[in-house]
Design a protein. Structure first.
Length: 288
């Protein structure tokens, strides 16, 4: 299994489906245990399957309905049983839920990307040093207020004491995004979900009446999204032991790379026509 890091270029909205009673009408998918927003593996698999069919090597072609069981797309992504084809099969590619690795938050020191020890360890980046119950660990200098011994940093409405990491160089393979995600703050595990959910992007939209050109009465709705510049971690596996002779592992990786790269321009998730959804996958995956 490989870990692919990705950076949201736009807000990302993967809806939970339907309306909810709460601060927004259209909520995004969250992990049941932690309450953290996530990107379901099925959402990534769907867009990658579509983009892969456009990036097949010369001489290869995807079937029209996606259930022939013979073309490269059916082999890689699987297919369901239909009337014409009475059998189904899983694909060679396995997509797992994507999780937030570092979340951008406004602070007095400028944009800060917040993470926590459990999230870093879950995605293969264990930390040598962890914060206390009510403090932050940072990899940059924070000015101390006058008359205060320990530096403090605000993250939205929170105002927490902080100290500098003994080893401020965290080894994240960010590639071209290394200069962007440069101010990291490690929060306690129990506080990370609150920081993320308190700083999600919330937008308001309204339906326009085509006859009058004005807002339709009662058609106002709100929706939330993971903000741009969020660092995500996706896990993708290839069942190499089931690869056929005409489909090599190197060929699968090449096609997967081209398909993931298309997400930077074509996007994923909902609200694509409203400026949402572009995601740039970074460097080579960890675990290759």
């Amino acid at each position: 299994m490989s870990t692919y890091l990705a950076l949201t270029l736009d807000p990302l909205h993967v809806g939970a489906g339907g309306y909810r009673l709460g601060r927004v009408d259209n909520t995004i998918v969250r992990d049941a245990g932690s309450g953290l927003p996530k990107v379901p593996g099925s959402s990534l698999a769907g867009v990658v399957r579509c983009y892969a069919s456009w990036n097949l090597p010369e001489g290869q072609k995807a079937c029209d309905k996606g259930d022939c069981g013979q073309c490269p797309i059916c082999t890689l992504f699987g297919y369901a049983a239909t009337t014409a084809n009475g059998k189904s099969a899983i694909g060679l590619l396995r997509f797992y839920d994507g999780h937030i690795l570092a979340f951008p938050v406004r602070s007095m020191a400028g944009p800060v990307w917040v993470t926590c020890p459990s999230v870093m360890a879950q995605n293969g980046f264990p930390l040598d040093e962890v914060p206390g119950k009510e403090e932050l660990l940072v990899n940059f200098d924070v000015a101390k207020p006058k008359g205060v011994q320990q530096a403090r940093l605000n993250l939205g409405w929170l105002y927490l004491p902080c100290r500098t990491l003994k080893n401020p160089n965290l080894a994240l393979p960010l590639g071209s995004a290394d200069k962007l995600v440069n101010q990291l703050a490690i929060a306690p595990d129990w506080l990370f979900s609150e920081i993320v959910n308190s700083n999600l992007e919330v937008r308001t939209s309204v339906r326009i009446d085509p006859t009058t050109g004005a807002a339709s009465s009662g058609a106002l709705f709100t929706y939330e999204a993971i903000p741009s510049a969020t660092l995500l971690a996706f896990h993708i596996a290839i069942d190499t032991y089931r690869c056929r002779g005409d489909i090599s592992v190197d060929g699968i990786k090449a096609l997967l790379g081209k398909s993931l790269a298309a997400c930077a321009s074509l996007g994923m998730g909902g609200m694509n026509t409203r400026g949402f959804g572009r995601v740039r996958f970074l460097t080579q995956p960890k675990g290759e």
